[in-house]
Design a protein around this ligand. Sequence first.
Ligand SMILES: Nc1ncnc2c1ncn2[C@@H]1O[C@H](COP(=O)(O)OP(=O)(O)OP(=O)(O)O)[C@@H](O)[C@H]1O
Ligand SMILES: [Mg+2]
Length: 113
Amino acid sequence: MKKIEAIIRPDRLEDLKDALSKAGFTKGMTVSQVLGYGNQRGFAEYVRGQKIVPTLLAKVKVEIVTHDDAVDEVVDIIRKTVHTGEVGDGKIFILPIEEVIRIRTGERGGDAV
Ligand SMILES: Nc1ncnc2c1ncn2[C@@H]1O[C@H](COP(=O)(O)OP(=O)(O)OP(=O)(O)O)[C@@H](O)[C@H]1O
Ligand SMILES: [Mg+2]
């Protein structure tokens, strides 16, 4: 199992939710409002060598834990749905998940996702 952690523009969240549920990825997700900056340090562009204090911009973090064989499809959906081509589109991180436990039933692993 893997966790897909996508940092996206807040205004892309509704479309992403729709696209994921249309594709059948309805088992669960976690969404948080976060602050962050990337290579441009929170500005529209970044000139090398310029001394600027990074600005934290509002982003949304979407976390989805899924089976390994679904990762590529989820990543494709995220990219297609949130991509604008402008800087600040966001990033996707993929992390290994060691274990999942459904609290109600005690199920573990793939059955608990
Ligand atoms: N290396 C990183 N570590 C942790 N979070 C990051 C990292 N890079 C980006 N982020 C998060 O993703 C958000 C969006 O980053 P952003 O899309 O600006 O990345 P970028 O590398 O600057 O790409 P681009 O050049 O397309 O803007 C940031 O505000 C931050 O929350
Ligand atoms: Mg950036």
